[in-house]
Design a protein around this ligand. Structure first.
Ligand code: FES
Length: 218
């Protein structure tokens, strides 16, 4: 049935009503689209949060976190943030600990900061493989200091081969081969820690490349 009233009388015609229905349908469709987009964005954000939580959960507690400073564990500058200029090319690695910038305290797991302890080793940047360059700073590489065999601290340095060594069962890790386990006790590859320089100081720039410490033990 057609409606023949004119809008000049304040009464809408059938054509007007048809237009309004069409417009309403479009508006409703646009609203649904917008709602759908917002719901989709919220869902994606939720998935992103879940992935971040998963990434954190897959590590033991107390590992370095993006933004942490790397503070010297010993020596005359103990407690201070490691500076690019302090790390000497081809010298034995320097031990540092990932420190929460909000509290000024090292990351800890049940009171221990082993999982947050790292080794800083510097070489001529041209010696670093192209696929490893991105996570380094001016030739400085950063690795977890926790042996992946049974969790001892990697306190030994084999100067002739320029490898990290574990005092417990002689596991040997090559910093120029992305932490590959070369000798001694068979172990997983040593995780590297991406770093960057901020105002000349070294800062954690990404998540560890693998599980820090002994897999399955926190
Ligand atoms: S704990 Fe390091 S080699 Fe066994």
């Amino acid at each position: 049935m057609q409606i023949h009233k004119h809008k000049s009388n304040g009464i809408l015609s059938g054509e007007d009503l048809g237009f309004m229905q069409l417009k309403f349908s479009r508006d409703r469709r646009d609203m649904l689209k917008t709602t759908g987009t917002l719901v989709g964005a919220a869902a994606l954000a939720s998935v992103g949060d879940s992935l971040n939580a998963f990434a954190q959960a897959k590590q033991a507690p107390g590992v370095p976190v993006v933004g942490d400073s790397l503070n010297y564990v010993d020596g005359p500058k103990k407690g201070q943030a490691a500076a690019v200029a302090d790390i000497v090319v081809d010298a034995a690695p320097v031990t540092a600990v990932a420190t929460d910038p909000a509290t000024g305290q090292p990351r800890r797991n049940e009171g221990e900061s082993d999982n947050a302890t790292v080794l800083l080793y510097r070489v001529d940047p041209f010696k670093i493989r192209s696929d490893m360059q991105r996570d380094t700073v001016q030739g400085i590489l950063c690795y977890s200091a926790v042996c992946t065999h049974m969790g001892c601290m990697l306190s030994d340095w084999d100067a002739p081969t320029k490898c990290f060594m574990c005092p417990c069962h002689d596991a040997t890790f090559d910093p120029l081969q992305d932490g590959e386990n070369l000798a001694g006790a068979t172990s997983r590859t040593l995780p590297s820690i991406p770093i960057k320089a901020v105002d000349g100081k070294l800062v954690v720039a990404g998540e560890p490349s693998g599980y820090v410490g002994v897999k399955g033990v926190s």
